[in-house]
Design a protein around this ligand. Structure first.
Ligand code: SAH
Length: 232
């Protein structure tokens, strides 16, 4: 729900965006009920429900309950994997405090396009559930060679390499500061991709142990580990 309002003003919530329908028909909001609103970037407001009608209702913002939040400077870069699994990565990335989700197209990816609207909806739902008010940035998909070419020189690119690398927490401890984690698709990176990534000055190959993890397992495990060491 995109809310641009000052405290005390009434905000008419239209049904077409379906928040009003959800509030009236699903949550059965009644006059004077308090609803929490957030716009995904600048905070959270408590609003009192007023003038509830069939097709819309007025929410009067009565207090700002959370200010803009900052999350740890961690990006998750992952190849597009099957629908339900990339949705899981988006949801867990939001809960765990990831700042930016960067889809990366690699040669062996079985999926070569992503529905960013669907992923955004999962981010919003996860934010509502976990109480996050600033959504992760969801970037458009880029090809791996472009990602490497334009990579910022001040950010470490930890690269999940199932063929071997520095143990995860040792690598994280050795490279504090702005970070990103790159994970391959179900089929992994191909040898030339692996070589290109390893050749990058900011890339640090890391191992998540002796077993082959699913991409979503690697994403969640690595993000949780990094947040434990560097997080909020
Ligand atoms: N090609 C692999 C499967 C890829 S797993 C195979 O079948 O042998 C999907 C991605 O998860 C990999 O590209 C890698 O980025 C990450 N990954 C999985 N297990 C890992 C491990 N033990 N260490 C580091 N990264 C791992």
């Amino acid at each position: 729900l995109h809310v641009e309002t000052q405290l005390g003003e009434g905000v008419v919530v239209p049904v077409d965006g379906n928040p009003a329908h959800y509030l009236i028909a699903v949550m059965r909001v009644k006059p004077d009920d308090i609803v929490l609103l957030f716009d995904g970037r600048s905070g959270e407001w408590a609003a009192r429900a007023r003038d509830i009608r069939k097709r819309d209702l007025v929410l009067e913002c009565v207090a700002q309950t959370k200010g803009p939040e900052t999350v740890p400077d961690f990006w998750l870069c992952c190849a597009p994997i099957k629908k339900g699994r990339i949705d899981l990565i988006a949801e867990k990335a939001c809960e765990l405090g990831v700042a930016k989700l960067q889809p990366v197209l690699t040669r062996r990816a079985v999926v070569d396009k992503l529905n960013l609207d669907r992923l955004h909806a999962h981010l919003v739902e996860a934010a509502e559930q976990c109480g996050r008010t600033a959504l992760p940035e969801l970037a458009a998909m880029v090809k791996l060679d472009a990602l490497l070419r334009d990579w910022p020189s001040d950010r470490c690119l930890f690269f999940a390499d199932e063929t071997g690398g520095t143990p995860l927490t040792e690598a994280f401890a050795a490279h504090p500061g702005a970070a990103a984690f790159l994970i391959g698709p179900e089929g992994g990176f191909d040898p030339t991709e692996r070589e290109a990534i390893r050749a990058h000055p900011q890339a640090v190959p890391v191992s998540l142990g002796p077993r082959i993890l699913r991409a979503e397992t690697a994403a969640i495990a690595a993000t949780a580990a990094w947040m434990t060491i560097n997080g909020d």
